[in-house]
Ligand binder design. Structure first.
Ligand SMILES: O=C(O)C(=O)C[C@]1(C(=O)O)C=C[C@@H](O)C=C1
Length: 286
């Protein structure tokens, strides 16, 4: 497809016979649909070839970082009257089917509101089995046991009860945050959000944010935590802090990829620090 700076000519001349014009345009749409279908089938063959080669490597069929890179590239080249959100929905359906093609693919969902369940369905597509589970712990256990490939969980919130704060017990690096949902939403649109957790580390997408769990001494406050993080070059974009008995736990969200072995972690003056994974920064469309 080539880009053109010129506006497209009107497809139907004003004096055309309406019946003939309709038939001609529908004929063109049929041809385009056949071409799109050929390409979608060809794409599935390439994914199947990739999956066969991956079986040897044993990597997960869910690659949210790669999906983010594809979507960002398509949105950057997108033009015309079809909304960018429609492009994202089309590809999300393709990605879901592509992951499912590579072996059983089930989503373990713990939603606190119907919007989060819709989010999981929109993100993974219409054909993916979604198992609703009563707690974040049961959704994470399903992933750990291989009964589901990804858990969709509510975004951590300040002040939530300990039994809801699933990040405090996340078994990283075995289980890690791999995506934030929705990946795309219209600018200014505030809706539910969720995090996806899977086995192993995600792929970097080029624009990512990481989570870091911190356990610190009981007297540690927000100011001390912020200063310690900044001193190690890890100034967070957000910091969630909780005190459970004598334990201070914090969840810092940091720009970029932060993983085990990162030298900045060794510079942190806290009792325990553990990277919990990262996600591709979501896109906001117009
Ligand atoms: O690139 C891969 O590793 C794939 O499995 C292919 C593919 C795709 O359809 O493009 C499929 C699912 C992943 O979540 C991301 C990418």
């Amino acid at each position: 497809m080539t880009a053109s700076a010129e506006p497209a000519p009107p497809p139907v001349p004003p004096d055309a016979d309406p019946g003939a014009a309709l038939a001609a345009l529908r004929g063109e749409i049929d041809q385009l649909d056949d071409q799109i279908h050929e390409l979608v089938m060809r794409r599935a063959e390439v994914v199947a070839a990739l999956a066969t080669s991956r079986v040897k490597g044993g990597a997960s069929p869910l690659r949210p970082g790669r999906e983010a890179m594809i979507l960002r590239r398509l949105l950057a080249r997108h033009r015309g009257t079809l909304p960018g959100g429609a492009v994202v929905r089309l590809w999300r359906e393709i990605f879901g089917a592509s992951s499912a093609m590579q072996g059983g693919f089930t989503v373990a969902l713990h939603a606190r509101e119907p919007g989060q369940a819709r989010l999981a369905r929109d993100h993974f597509g219409g054909a993916i089995p979604i198992r609703s589970l009563p707690s974040a712990a049961s959704a994470l256990a399903a992933v750990a046991a291989g009964e589901a490939q990804v858990a969709v969980l509510p975004l951590p919130e300040e002040g939530e009860p300990l039994d809801r704060a699933w990040w405090t017990g996340l078994d990283a690096p075995r289980l890690q945050v791999v995506a934030r949902l929705p990946f795309w939403s219209a600018r200014g649109e505030a809706g539910p959000e969720a995090l996806a957790v899977a086995l192993g580390a995600p792929d970097a997408s080029g624009a990512d944010r990481s989570y870091l769990r911190i356990e610190a001494a009981a007297e540690q406050g927000r100011t001390g935590l912020l200063a310690g993080l900044a001193g190690a070059g890890l100034a967070p974009r957000s910091l969630l802090l909780r005190r459970d008995g004598g334990t201070v736990r914090a969840l810092a969200e940091i720009e970029g990829v932060l993983a085990e072995g990162d030298p900045r972690l060794a510079a942190l003056p806290f009792a325990h620090v553990l990277p919990l994974g990262f996600y591709a920064v979501p896109e906001r469309g117009v």
